[in-house]
Design a protein. Structure first.
Lengths: 112, 112
């Protein structure tokens, strides 16, 4: 079946540090890949997505590239801010109804 | 647009009680889903619907019922609550032809 594996957290960084959160997946067919972000006390928001191999999704300084050869979709940001503190979820969609399969989430804390 | 709304925000039940978690969306989305979020496990799909009158099971459907009598509403029913159903529940929706799901703010349920 489909699955998503994320690096375990929590991750704590200082402001302006470089961020990488690893994500690998197992899927049949041709899924789209997503990163969702959950700020404290809120629901999930789509951060970025990529729909086919070699596509790069980007938003708010975050980037991730769909790598079919390594089945990966790692999230990166060059300089994190305190406001980036949140839980980040990697996900893929699959099946006839294109439902989401999520990774376990990575808690990011950015210190001033 | 209010987007996806969920009520209540918090609920405490005793084992064996029943209740309904409400979810509504005003975006005329065909697809609606229910997820539960547990620590270290990401979000798991409970049930989903591809349109009014059509529902299907997700990864963890046991103990939950759904129905979809209108496009706007997708209630989740717990018939006899158990402590294992203590979780945060998220409703989501999307429109046909797109990958992006919109999430509600969540309902935090505790079963004693």
């Amino acid at each position: 079946g489909n699955s998503v594996t994320q690096m375990e957290g929590p991750v704590t960084l200082s402001e302006e540090a470089f961020l990488t959160i690893n994500c690998t997946y197992t899927a049949t067919g041709y899924p789209s890949l997503f990163w969702y972000v959950q700020y404290p006390g809120e629901g999930l928001q789509l951060l970025l997505k990529a729909t086919k191999a070699d596509d790069k999704g980007s938003n708010k300084g975050f980037e991730a590239t769909y790598r079919k050869e390594t089945t990966s979709f790692h999230l990166e940001k060059g300089s994190v801010q305190v406001s980036d503190s949140a839980v980040y979820f990697c996900a893929l969609n699959s099946g006839s109804a294109r439902q989401l399969t999520f990774g376990s989430g990575t808690q990011l804390t950015v210190l001033p | 647009n209010a987007g996806v709304t969920q009520t209540p925000k918090f609920q405490v039940l005793k084992t064996g009680q029943s209740m309904t978690l409400q979810c509504a969306q005003d975006m005329n989305h065909e697809y609606m889903s229910w997820y539960r979020q547990d620590p270290g496990m990401g979000l798991r799909l409970i049930h989903y619907s591809v349109g009014a009158g059509i529902t299907d099971q997700g990864e963890v459907p046991n103990g939950y019922n759904v129905s979809r009598s209108t496009t706007e509403d997708f209630p989740l029913r717990l018939l006899s609550a158990a402590p294992s159903q203590t979780s945060v529940y998220f409703c989501a929706s999307r429109t046909e032809g797109t990958d992006t799901q919109y999430f509600g703010p969540g309902t935090r349920l505790t079963v004693l």
